[in-house]
Each structure stands twice: as structure tokens, then as C-alpha cells.
Design a protein around this ligand. Structure first.
Ligand code: DAH
Length: 340
């Protein structure tokens, strides 16, 4: 029996030491120490031993049991440590790998140009104001000298919510709203969306952007209009820009003009860019009509003013050589990311 025990000790310790995974260890524990294990079955035969032999064998068996237990514990720890190390190695993060780049957005080209324009006007002491896109017929037309039967309504057909409420066709209604609220001196620009019931093509869109400008004070003359607009255009297009004012007609200004810049491509010769004209039309402007001042609650005998209206898309298209208006509204990032 003693030999058997020694045999168990030898083979158990040897196989524990050579075990490589936790499941092997567990199997060995069951095999040696379990209820039906080798050691247990030997101990079951203790009854056959003489009273002198019994304590000796008993002690030996206990000694072997605790040696096996201890070896199993040690081996278990060793395997666990190895497994942990293996896991850490497998999970190792290579911090030298380049990170995934974060995709940053960019300003919309219309915003880029608008920001430049705002900057210039703010520099000249103008405030930026906002106006509603859903507007009353009164502000969009009537108060600007465009009564119901006026031909100017033909070119500014829009989307009607009711007979009297519509999507504004121009930013000019902001002129009246500002005058109603604010006493002169007034110096504002008001950029925003405007709407017209136009079919979409390369140069038309039912929604586009304008920038309105309004100055009202005592003694404002056409000279102020010319000086301010020339300064604005030169800051935007460069100091060497040549401008001209051409008589025009708008119902809400008198006199009215359009401002052209000499074509920077051909310098007045006429080319494809300016369609052979030598000049490019930039904006509409004029001295605020006395009736319009009155509609805004301002006495035209005391005050005078000038106004301007400006299409943002056209400026932007010219600046970047964009030939299709639709690109502004399609939100294709391949287009948008080229500008800011
Ligand atoms: N509202 C005009 C349009 O949409 C543009 C305009 C012209 C505005 C002359 C003005 C102005 O304030 O003085 O065609």
C-alpha cells in the first residue's frame, strides 16, 4: 500500500507539473483526490491494514494529499499568470498607429462670402438685423410702393400661405420693419433667404439669398450712397476695382441705380465672363422713396436715406467660378469642402 501511495504521489505530481491548461489540472484533481479518485480508493482499503500500519499509512496518505493539493494550487496560479500574460500580449495597443482622422466640416461657400460682407459693413458701423421669411403682403409689396396691380409683382411671384401672407420675395421688407421700430440714425444690413416661384435650373432657384442695406439719417445724399457702396465693393473685390452707377428703376427708391463693376477678367474690353459687356452688374440701390420713409413712420422732410439690395449666390458664383446654382443646395460634401 505504501508503494501504491508513493506511486500515486510520483505520477500525480509529474502530471500536474506537465499540465498546461486549467482544465487539465481540474481533471487531475478529480482523478487523484476526487470521491472516486486514486487516493480515496486506497484510503478505502485502510480497514485491511494492521493497527500498527494504519497510522503510518494514514499519515503518509494525508501528507501526499496535501502535497498534491499544494502542487495543484501552485500550478493553477502559474497557469493563470501565464494566461493573463498571453491575454495582455494579445490585447496590446500599438500607440504608434496613426489615429482615425476626425472629419471636420467646413463653412458653406455662401456663409464664407456672407461673413466677408458682414465684416465689411460692421467695419463701417452697420448693425446686422434679421427679418421674417414668412411675411405679410403689406411689408413685402404694399409698403414698398408695389400695390396689387404693379407690374413688379409679375417678376416676383411667390408662394402664398393666404392672400395676405407669403414667403418674402426680397429682403427689402426688413427696411419697413426696421424703420417702424428704430428711429434714425439707422445703419443696417439684413441678410437672409428669399423665395420666388421659379423653376430650378443652373441660374434659378425658388430659394436664394439677398442682403438688404438701409441707411437713414438727416442729410443723407446720393454721395453717401456712392461713397459707401464704392468702399464696400472695393473692400470685397480689391482696391483697384472700377465701379459705375447706371440709372435704373425700383419702386421703393428714387432715384435708383444699379452698380456695375468693371470686368476684372477683361478690364472693360468684353469677354465671356461679362458676356461681352465689359461690366458686371453687382447690386441695386437708390435713395429711399419718401413714401417708403413715411410707411416706416419717418418724416421725409426731416430725414433721407439710401438702400441697397444684393444677391448672395451671384457674388459667390463669380468669386469661385461656380457655374451651377443648384450646387449650393445639394449639400454634396465633395463640393462643399472646397471652399473654407
Ligand atoms: N429688392 C430688390 C430685388 O429683389 C433689390 C433692391 C434694389 C433692393 C434696390 C434695394 C434697392 O434696397 O435699393 O430686386
Amino acid at each position: 500500500m505504501k508503494n501504491q501511495l508513493e506511486e500515486i504521489r510520483k505520477s500525480a505530481l509529474a502530471s500536474i507539473k506537465s499540465a498546461e491548461v486549467l482544465s487539465d489540472i481540474e481533471a487531475l484533481r478529480v482523478k487523484c483526490l476526487g470521491k472516486k479518485g486514486e487516493l480515496t480508493s486506497i484510503l478505502k482499503q485502510m480497514g485491511k491494514l494492521s493497527p500498527e500500519e494504519r497510522p503510518v499509512i494514514g499519515q503518509l496518505a494525508n501528507e501526499i494529499r496535501s502535497k498534491i493539493e499544494q502542487t495543484i494550487d501552485e500550478k493553477t496560479k502559474e497557469i493563470k499568470a501565464k494566461e493573463q500574460e498571453k491575454k495582455l500580449l494579445a490585447e496590446k495597443i500599438d500607440v504608434t498607429l496613426p489615429g482615425k482622422p476626425v472629419k471636420l466640416g467646413s463653412r458653406h461657400p455662401l456663409t464664407v462670402v456672407l461673413d466677408d460682407i458682414k465684416e465689411i459693413f460692421i467695419g463701417m458701423g452697420f448693425d446686422i438685423v434679421d427679418g421674417p421669411e414668412v411675411e405679410l403682403d403689406y411689408y413685402n409689396f404694399e409698403a414698398l410702393n408695389i400695390p396689387k396691380d404693379h407690374p413688379a409683382r409679375d417678376t416676383q411671384d411667390t408662394f402664398y400661405i393666404t392672400d395676405n401672407i407669403l414667403l418674402r420675395t426680397q429682403t427689402s421688407p426688413v427696411q419697413i420693419r426696421v424703420m417702424e421700430k428704430q428711429k434714425p440714425p439707422i445703419r443696417i444690413i439684413s441678410p437672409g433667404r428669399v423665395y420666388r416661384s421659379d423653376a430650378v435650373d443652373a441660374t434659378h432657384s425658388p430659394v436664394f439669398h439677398q442682403i438688404e442695406g438701409l441707411v437713414v439719417d438727416k442729410g443723407i445724399t446720393f454721395a453717401d450712397l456712392k461713397g459707401t457702396l464704392e468702399t464696400f465693393v472695393k473692400r470685397l473685390y480689391g482696391e483697384d476695382t472700377v465701379v459705375r452707377f447706371r440709372p435704373h428703376h425700383f419702386p421703393f427708391t428714387e432715384p435708383s441705380a444699379e452698380l456695375d463693376v468693371q470686368c476684372f477678367n477683361c478690364h472693360g474690353e468684353g469677354c465671356r465672363l461679362c458676356k461681352g459687356e465689359g461690366w458686371i452688374e453687382i447690386l441695386g440701390c437708390g435713395m429711399v422713396h419718401p413714401d417708403v420713409l413715411r410707411n416706416g413712420g419717418i418724416d421725409p422732410e426731416e430725414y433721407s436715406g439710401f438702400a441697397l439690395g444684393y444677391g448672395l449666390e451671384r457674388v459667390c458664383m463669380r468669386r469661385y467660378g461656380i457655374d451651377d446654382l443648384r450646387l449650393f443646395f445639394e449639400n454634396d460634401v465633395r463640393f462643399l469642402k472646397q471652399f473654407d
